[in-house]
Design a binder for this molecule. Structure first.
Ligand code: CO8
Length: 254
């Protein structure tokens, strides 16, 4: 196995575990990660994923040693990297807890998560230009949408790394924690998210994702319609009634 999986209450923590290759993302790792997440995605008891690596590396990129001898036709017919679309299709929120290197595919994996929290040691980068290629798992698109054209061009054309503070001020990272406490802090945030109605969390995530793809008018209409739809759930009744009765809501699966 190239990953370790633990379940703590309603949170599933997945640790990338290829230390000999700084967690470089190869096809077996991708397949294991996707399979585990697809299984838990359907479980109403699981409310959040945390994806993390080691203190030295979240992931140092796609596995160069798996790719280096491939031809164009190999890449085309395998539709290399297309499997990562199944990772983005996971509907339960996924949080990246990043320490150390998040380079190339590693940075792209973090960006395929819904929130990135980083330790003060994190280093983000898209160094593919140094290998004679370009980002291939969404980096040119997601980094540009996340931090804007100026910084995305700077990162992708020079291949330089960005430290945690710059990544936070650019909007790539939601918050920075000391590396010693990163995972505990992120688990506690994941626990909080998982304590809410899974239905409303999934719908909220979907609505925010739509903001990147839709115009404002359509996006606001979409939001209003799914807001209306939540009134068909028991969780809406329970959440609002609990507020009025000054008690903690007990959310179910509806
Ligand atoms: N792939 C495979 N092996 C890797 C990778 C990687 N991405 N990164 C590190 N490793 C391996 C090293 O080869 C080394 O193995 P060995 O001990 O057998 O030589 C081991 O991990 C440890 O690495 P280093 O000795 O290099 O460790 P350092 O601490 O000296 O350096 C760095 C750490 C700076 C992170 C360095 O390892 C590095 O620069 N790694 C590569 C970073 C990189 O270029 N990433 C981008 C990869 S390409 C990509 O992600 C997308 C490609 C898109 C293609 C599009 C196709 C459709």
């Amino acid at each position: 196995m190239n990953i370790k999986v633990e379940k703590e209450r309603r949170v599933v923590i997945i640790t990338l575990d290829r230390p000999q290759a700084l967690n470089a993302l190869n096809t077996p790792l991708m397949n294991e990660l996707v399979a585990v997440m697809q299984q838990y995605d359907k479980d109403p008891e699981v409310g959040c994923f945390v994806v993390t690596g080691s203190e030295k590396a979240f992931a140092a990129g796609a596995d160069i040693k798996e790719m280096n001898t491939k031809t164009y036709l190999d890449m085309f017919h395998e539709d290399y990297f297309a499997g990562w679309e199944q990772f983005t299709a996971i509907r339960t929120p996924k949080i990246a807890a990043v320490s150390g290197y998040a380079l190339g595919g590693g940075c792209e994996l973090a960006m395929m998560c819904d929130i990135i929290y980083a330790s003060d040691s994190a280093k983000f980068g898209q160094p593919e230009i140094k290998l004679g290629v370009i980002p291939g798992i969404g980096g040119t698109q997601r980094l540009t949408k996340s931090i804007g054209k100026a910084k995305a061009m700077d990162m992708i054309l020079t291949g330089r790394m960005m430290g945690a503070e710059e990544a936070e001020s650019a909007g790539l990272v939601a918050k920075i924690f000391p590396k010693e406490t990163l995972l505990e802090e992120v688990k506690s945030i994941a626990d909080n998210i998982a304590s809410y109605s899974k239905t409303s969390v999934m719908i909220a995530k979907e609505a925010v994702d739509r903001a990147l793809e839709m115009g404002l008018r359509e996006g606001i209409l979409y939001e209003r319609r799914v807001f209306h739809a939540l009134f068909a759930t028991e969780d809406q009744k329970e959440g609002m009634q609990a507020f009025i009765e000054k008690r903690t809501p007990s959310f179910g699966k509806s």
